[in-house]
Every structure is written in structure tokens, then in C-alpha cells.
Design a binder for this molecule. Sequence first.
Ligand code: B12
Length: 465
Amino acid sequence: MLERRKLVLLSTIAVVDRNDEALWTPLGILALGTALADVGFEPVLIDTQVDADWEQRLRSALRDDLVLFGVSTLTGPSIEGALDAIAIVREVRPDLPVVWGGYHASLAKEAILREGWADYVVRGVGEPAIIPLARLLAAAPAGASRPDMSDLRRVPNLTVRHEDGFVDTHTVAQNLDDLPPMDYSLIDPIRYYTPGRRNISYISSYSCPWRCSYCAEPMHTIRKWRPQGPQRVLDAVHQIRTAYRPDFIDLVDPNFSSSPPRVVQIAQLLTAAGNDQPLACNMRATDVVRLTEMTDLRVLRDAGFARVFLGLESGSQAMLNSVLKKDSQVEHARIACRKLDEAGIEQFSSFIHDFPGETDEDNEQTAELARELGELQHNKQFHHFFIPFPATDLYNQLLARSEIDPSKLRVRDWARANTYGGWQALWPGRRDFRERVLHRLEALRAEFPEKFSYPQTVPEMQPET
Ligand code: B12
């Protein structure tokens, strides 16, 4: 019997410098809340995006006999809200265990623990860790000291301070088909609809098998791809469609197309079920090329796939090979976007500029690719400046070359890592180079004004005051 069952999970998604007013399904805490409720806990989910009174809600929840307080953030602006919330918890309930999970926690675990922001960091997928951890904490009397290290060591994906250092427990992946269906009633997705956007996110696979050097995923989820079966994806689409009638379901898998045959199977099931729910998903260009060899992409469009997000990053093959480790060809980007376009599927293609070692010639090639794709009827583009996210392969390379000094970076500083815009004191990049990039982007935007839907993708080059 559990003594205590209630716990608070907080999400602080904060998007700055984007001119849309989108609200995002807080899938991280929703996934955890679903799994915890399934085994008898009573999760209280708070989301600073929609709970204007989040501070009040948090303070009042803290009066209860809670098991733990869990917080979820990416690297970037959402960290600010997390730190504010943790400060409240520490003030009101200094005895309450604080658990920090999500991408930033996985990547900056030691800094978080060293600065005392959390008692436990959960790395990577959270379900296998939060359930045994919550059980351990619930079994201990309220206010008791930390469970024994021998017990904590049995909780996977956990990092804790121990003696003079840190202990990482063993790392496991999560098979998605072993989890209960995502329980959207825990958040009421209708609250996330805005006048211009009625989208709901869903995730049908965890992790990504690829090794891209700039990406947080390989370290966060250790490249162990875990897909849901096609029937389960169909059931989820049907359930969300019936309950909430969104304009779009965003399948936010790190890479929805990791198995092209699975994509085809899902499309076939959707078609057979007469799906009329528009879907968006992330795919790699190389996978789209494989898909074209397996099926006519109009089959995907007819099944509901109306929009595909593609991280193309660079138009320079040399950069893709040597710096980005993308294991993809520029030619695949061209073919993928063209074929998707011919099938009437919108492409959201994303680029990153000013990678370490990128030359003007490389960047001209990226601008050239962007121009070529801009000609396509259904292409939209998102341009970002490079930031080395902690613990990524590129970050570690920069560290090894002493181009980053982590001793100067406090957890709060990472709140300013935002590729959408603003002056990046964290990693300013090469100012002259970025100015030339801006020049190229402005020329492109003049040519294709409607394709660059976020003007802030061209950041201000002013230092923050
Ligand atoms: C949807 C999405 C967004 C949405 C919503 C983000 C969100 N917080 O959920 C929006 C558009 C806001 C967004 C913005 C950004 N994003 Co984004 N986004 C994604 C995307 C496509 C899916 C994330 C998702 O919902 N996953 C599904 C849920 C279930 O997974 P999860 O949140 O990770 O939660 C699991 C675990 O992490 C863990 N967990 C999470 N929280 C907690 C808390 C506790 C207590 C515990 C125990 C465990 C735990 O358990 C969960 C279940 O297993 C990923 C792509 C990808 N690779 O998956 C990128 C991704 C997360 N984004 C990324 C980036 C870089 C950004 C931006 C920083 C980019 C920018 N332009 O500045 C901004 C930051 C804005 C901000 N700070 O809020 C990176 C993350 C890098 C990093 N180090 O954080 C990713 C991985 C893309 C990539 N491959 O590089 N993003």
C-alpha cells in the first residue's frame, strides 16, 4: 500500500521570439502523468503555458502530502520558469524531493545537481525511472532523508549526488507498446487551442537511431529507437480525432520515418480506416527518398499526411559529412522536397547556419538549396543559428578545443539558448559570418516573402542589454 499518492509535475514551455502564438501539448509531463496514474499515483499536472495562475496552483498543491515535485524543460527559455518554480518549492517545502527530467536535465545533469536545483535528475525516457522512484519516495515517511543508495541504484536512468561525485544508474529504453495510451484528459487539450491553431501533439516513437553531431537526441535517448505498432498509432489518431477534432495532429517523433516500411503500414491502415484527420510529422530526407521507392507519396497524402518537417540543416555536402555527421545527401533533400511537393504535401524545411568550420562557400550552397526549395509550391523554411546544446557531440568537440568554458555557465545561463532569435551571449558565433548569412536570408525572403513565416528567424544582431 502506498502511503502517499499525489505528486506535482510542472512543464514550463516558453517560446520567445516567435511570432506565432502557438501553445504546445506538454507531452513530457503528460506521458509521465499517464504512466503514474496507471499504477495508482495521483499526478497533478501544471503547465505555465495555460495555467496563468500556475504559481498559486503550485503553492496550494504544496500544502498536500506529496511524494515529489517533478519539473520538465528543454534547454532554452523554459529553464527560467523551472527555476522560479523550484525556488517556490524549496521555500515552501524544503523537505520535498525535486526531480528534474527532460532534455536539459539529461544533458546538464551534474550542473543541475551541483547547484542544488534538484535532488534527482532523470536522464532520457522518464517512465522507467519515475515509477520506481515515486514508489521508493512514497514508501518513506514524509520528510525522511534520501532512500538508501542501494535502493536508488535499482532505479534506471537516474543521476544523483553521492559522496564527492555523481552516480548514474543504468540506462534503459522504454518500449512504447508497454505503456498505457496517452491520457489527454489529464491536460484537456482544448485549452491549447488558439484562434489560429488547433493542434494536438502525439508521439509514436521514442529516440532516433542517427548520430547527428548537433542534436540532443543521441545522448538523451541513446539511439535506441522504440516505435509503437502501426495499429496503436491508428487507434491514437482515431481517439484524438473523435475526442478533440483538432485541425492537425502533430506526430512529434524525433524521426517518424526511422522505419519507412512502418510509415507505409501506418498509411495503409489510416487509408483503410477512411482517416480524414490531417497529420504532420518529422522525417529525414533520406527516408523520404526510400519511401518514394516503396510507394507513391500521394498514398501518404491521401492517408492524411499533409505536412512533413525536414531538418535539412545545410546545403553543403562537406558540412553534412564532416561536421554534422548527418549521414545524408544534399541531393536527398532536393529529391525529398520535390517529391513531397508533387504529392501536394507541405514541407517545413529547417536550416542551421554558422556551424563551426562552416565557410562562406558552404553557406552559399545552403542559400542555393534554400532558393531552389523556395521555388516549390508547398515549401516553407525555418532558419536558425547554431547553438552548441550541452553534451551533444559538437559541444564536446568545442569543449575539447577549449572553445567553450563550462565553468562559466550556470544553469540559468542556458535559459538564453534560443535559436529562434536574440543575441546569443552563450555562443555568439562569428558575427561577420552571421551578418553575411542574414544578408543571404534577407535576399531569399525578398524573393519568397510568404515562405519565411517567422521573421524572427532572422535574429537581431544586437547584444542584450
Ligand atoms: C515538440 C517540440 C518542441 C515544442 C514543445 C517542447 C516541449 N517542451 O515539449 C516547442 C515548439 C515549444 C519546441 C521548442 C524548442 N525546441 Co523542441 N522539440 C520538440 C520535439 C519535436 C518533440 C518533443 C516532445 O514532445 N517529445 C515527446 C515527450 C514525451 O518527450 P519528452 O518531453 O522528452 O519527455 C520524456 C523524457 O524527456 C522524460 N521527461 C521529460 N520531462 C520530465 C520530467 C521529469 C520530472 C521526469 C522524471 C522525466 C521527464 O520523460 C518523458 C517521457 O519519456 C523534439 C524533437 C524530438 N527529438 O523529439 C524537439 C526538441 C525537444 N527541441 C529542441 C530544441 C533545441 C528546441 C528549442 C530550444 C529550439 C529553439 N529554436 O530555440 C525550442 C525551445 C523552446 C523552449 N525552451 O521551450 C531539441 C532539444 C534540445 C535540448 N537540449 O533541449 C529537440 C530534441 C530537437 C532536436 N533534435 O534537437 N520544441
